[in-house]
Design a protein around this ligand. Sequence first.
Ligand code: FAD
Ligand code: FES
Ligand code: MG
Length: 275
Amino acid sequence: MSYKVFGVQKLATDITRMVVHAPEVARHARAGQFLVIMSDEKAERIPLTIVGSDFSSGAVTVIFQEIGSSTRRLGMKEAGASLFAVLGPLGRPTDARKIGTVVCVAGGVGLAEILPVMRVFKGAGNRVIGLLGCRTKDLLILEEEIRQACEEVRVATNDGSLGTRGLVTSLLEEFLKEEACGLVYAVGPVPMMRAVCEVTRPLKIRTTVSLNPVMVDATGMCGVCRCRVAGKTVFGCVDGPEFDGHQVDFDELSQRLSFFRKEEELSAKALERTP
Ligand code: FAD
Ligand code: FES
Ligand code: MG
């Protein structure tokens, strides 16, 4: 099976949209699910959210941030190249029922991950509000697509170059003073999702988060993606990636992610020392 790259587009510095031929994934994909890409036979497995899929052409769209060696290697593929493997769809789809008002909060590359979620909640008849956070205005990706999926969009940038200066959680606090909502859905960096949950917890607003633990096989076999939710061990890849944010043990998740980063740094240093 050849997973041909149909198209590649830079959306911002280090953020790339890639459309790949993966008909089996496209046939079954639903919002909230992800896939795993191996760019070459010996490459790492990269879990990425399925941002779009087209049944008739068999194309799936992913948007990724070139953050480390594997995503950078993937970003070097051009239209017409082939990927070694595209596995999926994986994870549970979003439970998108009619709730009323759904506030979708996204930060960083989470803007790409939340787009299919916004679309499916809108399709279910909800009033969808988008609250978007970026470091600076040039990192605001998919603005047009997001505006089409939402009734209203508000933006916060850390440097104040667009919208409100500050964090996306201040947009959430502000919105919740103005209006009631049935669900808050958050995706982005762990500290952001945790902060969103701290805003909604005292208000008792149901909050879903899409977690991003390190994954290896992504099929429930290796246990690397384990998290604690409601005091129980769950696997992000098969039980998630979406969970009740108020039940997630964010301390443990952050600790496991920082452990991975330390391991990465140590192996990079060891490689530097190798003659
Ligand atoms: P590395 O230098 O190896 O790592 C950089 C950071 O990426 C690490 O600190 C760690 O936090 C994370 N990471 C590394 N390896 C993995 C791994 N095997 N699994 C999960 N996280 C890892 N990123 C996007 O840009 N767009 C997406 O749509 C997207 N969707 C995701 C959906 C899920 C369900 C998960 C679990 C992760 C998703 N990610 C997404 C994160 C993406 O998988 C990582 O950025 C990528 O694997 C980093 O690989 P690297 O070798 O380039 O970076
Ligand atoms: Fe191995 Fe989830 S990634 S069990
Ligand atoms: Mg890596």
